[in-house]
Design a protein around this ligand. Structure first.
Ligand code: SAH
Ligand code: SF4
Ligand code: F3S
Length: 430
C-alpha cells in the first residue's frame, strides 16, 4: 500500500500532513511523491475562502477511480455532510482534530469497511513529534504550539474548522524543539492560529516565556512564529525579541484593514491607532524590525474612505511583504449574510491598487539592501539553474545566488539586484 498526501492551506496543514505521514510510515505504509503511484490519496484541505474550498471539490473529481480517497483538514471538518452527499468517490473523512487516527482510516479502507467520518472536536493536545524523514524540510522545522481560535472575526471560518483554542504543554513543545535542534535544523517556526495567546497554566508560562526558553535551550539560528493576533499583543513580546538575537526580527502581524470602523465590524479587537502604536513601539525598541501582514479587501460595507485608510496604513508600516485577499463570504460566519455588499468590480480594482502600492514599497525596501551583505539561510538548490541556490533572509526575503554551498548553510550574500519579490546577490566571505 502506498499513500500520497496533497496539502492545501496554511503551515498548520503542512505540519498536520507531516504528522499523518509519520504515523503511516511508522506502520509500514509507504509514502510516495506522486498521486499516480499511490493507492490511497489523502487530501489535507483548506476552507478559508470559497475558492480554496472549490479547489478541493475539483481535485476530488479529478482523482482516478482506482484510488482510495481520504479527505482530511478544514473542508473535511466544515463540509463533511456535503462531501458525503456530493462525492461518492470519497472513502473516509477525517476532521482537523482526528488526523492522528489516519492509520485507523487506512486500516478500515484496506478491510473494505463502508465509508465513515471521524470529525469530533477534542480538548486535548495530541502529543506527536514527526521524525525528520516525515518532514518537508531538513532546515526549517514546524512546531505547532496551539490550535483553534476564540476570536470569531466576523468573516472567518477557522473557529468552525479548528475549534476553540487549545494549547500544547510546555515540556512537549521543548522536546520537539530540542529534537529539531539536535538534528541540525537551522530554524524553528512555531505555529498556531493565535500563537501569542499560548499559555501553560500548570507551569505558569506565557508565550513570551516560551520564546525565551526556546531561545535559551536550542541551537537554531532563527526562531519564528505565525500568526500573532494584534489584539493580544503585550510589551513583553518586544522585550523578549530585543533580548534574544535568535528570535527573527520579523513578525507576521495581520492587520486585515486600516479602518477602525471596518475592524470593529470585523470583530477585530484593536483599532487602527492601537495597531500603529504597537508597530511604532517595535520599530523604536528593535532597530531593523520588519513586518508582514494580511489584508481583506471588499469586506461588507467597506467604503472608498475605509479603503484609503488601509492604503495609508500600508504606506505607514512599509511591510516587507503582504497577502491580500478579496473578501469571500463563508458559511457559519457572522458576515455571511451581510447584505452590505460593495460591487465585485470595485473590490477587484481596490485589490489591484493595493497590490501595486505594495509592489512599489517592496521595490523601494529591497533597494535599500543593494550593496549590503545579508545573512541568508539556503533553503533549496534552484531547480532551474544548477549552479544557483535559493535562500531567505531574517525578514523572509527570497535571495538567489550562485553557490556551491549546501541546503541548510548560512552565507553572507552581497545584494546586487532587486525586484519586488526577490533579490539577487553574490556570496562573500565575511
Ligand atoms: N489566524 C490568522 C489568520 C488565519 S486565516 C489571523 O488571525 O491572522 C489567513 C488569512 O486569510 C487571514 O488573515 C485573512 O486575511 C484571510 N481570510 C480569512 N477569512 C477570509 C475571508 N472570508 N475572505 C477573505 N480572506 C479571508
Ligand atoms: Fe480567523 Fe480571526 Fe481567528 Fe484569525 S483571529 S483565525 S482571522 S477568527
Ligand atoms: Fe485553511 Fe484551515 Fe489553515 S481553513 S488557512 S487550512 S486553518
Amino acid at each position: 500500500m502506498k499513500f500520497f498526501i496533497k496539502t492545501y492551506g496554511c503551515q498548520m496543514n503542512v505540519n498536520d500532513s507531516e504528522k499523518m505521514r509519520y504515523i503511516l510510515e511508522s506502520r509500514g505504509i509507504h509514502h510516495c511523491q506522486s498521486e499516480a503511484d499511490a493507492d490511497i490519496v489523502i487530501i489535507n484541505s483548506c476552507a478559508v475562502r470559497e475558492k480554496a474550498q472549490d479547489k478541493i471539490y475539483s481535485y476530488i473529481g479529478r482523482i482516478s477511480s482506482d484510488k482510495k480517497i481520504i479527505v482530511a483538514g478544514c473542508v473535511a471538518q466544515s463540509e463533511k455532510d456535503n462531501i458525503l452527499k456530493r462525492c461518492s468517490a470519497v472513502d473516509f473523512i477525517l476532521g482537523t482534530h482526528q488526523y492522528f487516527k489516519i492509520h485507523l482510516a487506512v486500516d478500515r479502507i484496506i478491510k473494505g469497511d463502508k465509508r465513515d467520518v471521524f470529525a469530533g472536536f477534542s480538548k486535548e493536545w495530541k502529543e506527536l513529534c514527526p521524525d525528520m524523514g516525515s518532514r518537508e524540510s531538513r532546515v526549517s522545522g514546524y512546531v505547532s504550539i496551539m490550535e483553534g481560535c476564540n476570536n470569531f472575526c466576523s468573516y472567518c471560518i477557522v473557529p468552525f474548522t479548528r475549534g476553540r483554542e487549545k494549547y500544547r504543554p510546555f515540556q512537549n513543545i521543548m522536546e520537539e524543539a530540542e529534537y529539531l535542534s539536535n538534528m541540525g535544523y537551522k530554524e524553528i517556526i512555531l505555529l498556531g492560529q493565535n500563537v501569542n495567546s499560548w499559555e501553560d497554566k500548570s507551569e505558569g508560562f506565557t508565550f513570551t516565556d516560551l520564546l525565551a526558553a526556546l531561545a535559551e535551550k536550542t541551537d537554531v539560528k532563527w526562531i519564528r512564529f505565525i500568526t500573532s493576533y494584534p489584539g493580544y499583543f503585550t510589551d513583553d513580546m518586544i522585550k523578549v525579541m530585543a533580548r534574544f538575537d535568535k528570535i527573527a526580527r520579523h513578525i507576521h502581524f495581520p492587520a486585515q484593514s486600516g479602518s477602525t470602523r471596518i475592524l470593529k465590524k470585523m470583530n477585530r479587537t484593536y483599532t487602527r491607532q492601537d495597531y500603529l502604536k504597537i508597530v511604532n513601539r517595535f520599530k523604536r525598541k528593535i532597530p531593523g524590525m520588519k513586518f508582514s501582514s494580511d489584508f481583506i479587501v471588499g469586506f461588507p460595507g467597506e467604503t472608498e474612505r475605509d479603503f484609503e485608510l488601509t492604503m495609508s496604513l500600508i504606506k505607514k508600516v512599509e511591510y516587507e511583504s503582504l497577502f491580500s485577499f478579496l473578501y469571500s463570504p463563508r458559511q457559519f460566519t457572522k458576515s455571511f449574510l451581510d447584505p452590505d455588499k460593495t460591487g465585485i468590480e470595485v473590490n477587484k480594482e481596490r485589490l489591484r491598487r493595493l497590490q501595486i502600492l505594495q509592489q512599489e514599497i517592496q521595490v523601494k525596501n529591497n533597494k535599500t539592501y543593494i550593496g549590503k551583505p545579508v545573512d541568508v539561510l539556503i533553503t533549496q538548490r534552484n531547480p532551474k539553474k544548477a549552479d544557483e541556490v535559493i535562500g531567505r533572509t531574517e525578514s523572509y526575503r527570497v535571495v538567489n545566488f550562485v553557490s556551491r554551498s549546501s541546503v541548510g548553510e548560512f552565507k553572507r550574500v552581497l545584494i546586487t539586484n532587486v525586484g519586488p519579490h526577490s533579490m539577487r546577490g553574490m556570496e562573500v566571505n565575511d
